[in-house]
Write a protein that binds this ligand. Structure first.
Ligand code: UD1
Ligand code: UDP
Length: 353
């Protein structure tokens, strides 16, 4: 059976690393990289580090406005689907690459498998929310990371083809956690000690493209008494440059801006942080699985179970709230397992078969 997997953005490479390895034992996989992410440290580093097979096709679409980027991806994907005639198209998550793959496949009547189906923020101002809703409504096999996702789909009338499999990011993390402790030298390189720093990431459009929100977040970071290490996503780098905050970086001496990290270094940084401050979906879950308290720089989250469990708090882009949580948030002593048992990829492959 031939499967076409559509990838494009950083978290999708990490998810595919967990699935492709198993998929290829029993199926022929053809990978299309849309080129949505293209910097070496946003794309190739993950293929190299995680042994993801090189893409069979790279569309090289690059960056652009929402519709232009999604439309260009659809046109490129359509041509390949017509030529390759796969039995299924596999898409991950909620990016423009996800929805482009789903739309192109649906119109060619090729069944779609969506890994990480059913997530909702209930905030339609996020491009990701639109991508999730459209992709789920077009998919034939909807593989959900948690129970809330199954319930969300049911509320939208989607019950056929829905399966609770757990989160393939947990599989990826289990694979990387030990390796990263043994191989990553990032703490030494940055001169950091265990639990003596905070790790921060910010890349959501709602934060980066709103100067007031971004300024509030940076203001909070700069008032924290401990070192804050901030691997800067290229979107954020551009926004910081645009309103000239970058010029202030030398004055913020507890706050260290660094380039985006490879996955093993990132996991090492997460494991050893006292706390994580983020607006990333993937990193909220990784913080939970690694037992690191997380302050989410958003007003809502799709990963509500981590909040209910008491390990994740929503601070929005409110400077005072962020500082309050950094100084006083203590999670409970128990941390029930969430989003599966680290064997989600095997379940996805079995269901596809
Ligand atoms: C995308 C996803 C988001 C996901 C994130 C993961 C959409 C709508 N958003 O957001 O859900 O959480 O990826 O990281 O699909 N850029 C570079 N080099 C790169 C990639 C991007 O310089 O390799 C810059 C460009 O200026 C680009 C901007 O970053 O315009 C944003 O990139 P884009 O892929 O459009 O969205 P992300 O913010 O990365
Ligand atoms: N990540 C990484 N290097 C970084 C930042 C993030 O390897 O510098 C990993 C992170 O550990 C997680 C994934 O990228 O596995 C999350 O991707 P991102 O935050 O870009 O997107 P989201 O999950 O919000 O869609």
């Amino acid at each position: 059976m031939k499967i076409i997997t559509i990838l494009g953005a950083r978290p999708q490479f990490i998810k595919a690393a967990a699935v492709s390895r198993l998929l290829r034992r029993s199926m022929r996989e053809v990978i299309i990289h849309t080129g949505q992410h293209y910097d070496r440290n946003m794309s190739k580093v993950f293929f190299d580090e995680l042994g993801i097979p090189a893409p069979d096709y790279n569309l090289g679409i690059g960056s652009g406005p929402q519709a232009a980027q999604t439309g260009a991806m659809m046109a490129g994907i359509e041509k390949i689907l017509v030529k390759e005639k796969p039995a299924w198209v596999l898409v991950y998550g909620d990016t423009n690459s996800t929805v482009a793959g789903a739309l192109a496949a649906a119109k060619l009547h090729i069944p779609i498998c969506h890994i990480e189906a059913g997530l909702r923020s209930f905030n339609r101002r996020m491009p990701e929310e639109i991508n999730r809703i459209v992709t789920d409504h077009l998919s034939d096999l909807l593989l959900c990371p948690g129970r809330t996702a199954v319930v969300n789909l049911k509320k939208e009338g989607i019950t056929r083809g829905v399966h609770l499999v757990g989160d393939v990011m947990a599989d990826a993390l289990a694979y990387a956690a030990k390796r990263s402790r043994n191989h990553s030298r990032i703490l030494e390189k940055l001169g950091l000690a265990e639990k003596k720093y905070l790790l921060a990431t910010v890349h959501r459009a709602e934060n980066t493209d709103d100067p007031a929100r971004l300024r509030n977040i940076l203001s909070a970071f700069s008032q924290i008494e401990e070192p804050v290490i901030f691997p800067v996503h290229p979107r954020t780098r551009n926004c910081l440059a645009a309103f000239n905050s970058v010029n202030r970086k030398s004055q913020i001496d507890n706050l260290k801006f660094i380039d985006p990290l490879g996955y093993l270094d990132m996991v090492r940084m997460e494991q050893s942080a006292r706390m994580i401050l983020t607006d990333s979906g993937g990193i909220q879950k990784e913080a939970y699985w690694l037992g690191v308290p997380c302050v989410t720089l958003r007003n809502e989250t799709e990963w509500v179970e981590t909040v209910k469990a008491g390990w994740n708090v929503l601070a929005g882009a409110d400077c005072k709230r962020i500082l309050k949580f950094v100084r006083s948030f203590v999670p409970p002593s128990n941390r029930p397992p969430l989003y599966g048992d680290g064997h989600a990829a095997a379940k996805c492959v079995t269901l596809l078969k």
